[in-house]
Design a binder for this molecule. Sequence first.
Ligand SMILES: [Zn+2]
Ligand SMILES: [Zn+2]
Length: 359
Amino acid sequence: MFPLFGYYSFLFFFLVLCCFPLPCFPARIIPEQITVITTDTRNATWHNFTRFKDAEKGSHISGMSELKKYFQRFGYLSIPDNQNGNFTDVFDTQFESAVMLYQQKLGLPVTGKLDSGTISAIMSPRCGVSDTGPRIHSTKHFAYFYGRPRWERGSPMTLTYAFSPSNMIDYISLSEIRTVFERAFSRWALVIPVNFAEIEDYESANIKIGFFRGDHGDGEPFDGVLGVLAHAFSPENGRFHLDEAETWAVDLEKVKSKVAVDLESVATHEIGHVLGLAHSSVTEAVMYPSLRPRSRKVDLKLDDVEGVQALYGSNPNFKFSSLLESENSSNKGNVLNCRSSKWTFSLAVVSFFLLLMIT
Ligand SMILES: [Zn+2]
Ligand SMILES: [Zn+2]
């Protein structure tokens, strides 16, 4: 009996090993936020926030008031009346609520603690537009600015855009920048009855695009490499500003810098703000507030489309089925992987019981 048992045991383990030759779980489902915090692709100021990792309610860490200012800047926290206009370094109940609101908005596990996933998200390069706050109406996913402002023109409407004659970058040609923006605008124009046309005259354009450095006069100073990448104002303001200090790229394969930022991804996102969309909590959406360096996110997702169409209606030529098809095909890999992992697991279980019966 013993040799027979040994033989089947060997066969069983062989079968199990055959069933799991490769990772069976789709890598994309693992939350990226719990990856190890890296230091070379972070904004210098926000990098300091690593020292608050694992802080929770009751903690007192020197300099935590700086982190509270970050939360204030992006709409999660206001200075309490009883603290003389300053934040303290104490992780109090109010700050815990702000952390929970942030985690909810960024699609993170809501723990109320500064876990590594939360710290990682906080330090990620992002858009300078505030996420939430008392003056922003928010639905489950996509969101609007307070009052749901939109451009008011006849339908179909045409909005004009122009590049600043004096605030541009010189290492990417104007024609390449034009092409990038043309593609970015066309993605939105495909789904709503709005056309975008480039004009020469910056002053009279509806949408004014330029690259600016540091304090540039609108009360929203840029902060150097990474950190805040760009910002745009709600309708019908039209100001569209990119941080000149970033290493902008139109083709990431040709740019080696670790801190390169894809211009088209940021342009597509900021156009969403220009049209009236605020930040979405859907991680895959173009309107999600952060973007990792060297990553590209240019395709509008269902959440982006539903949000903007609720403001402007649908482009008569747009078909939801084509969008759903493209979303399905991008998710197909995951679905197939899940199915195959279920299959291999079932096979292993059946093999196990069969072998038990035989032995
Ligand atoms: Zn934004
Ligand atoms: Zn600005």
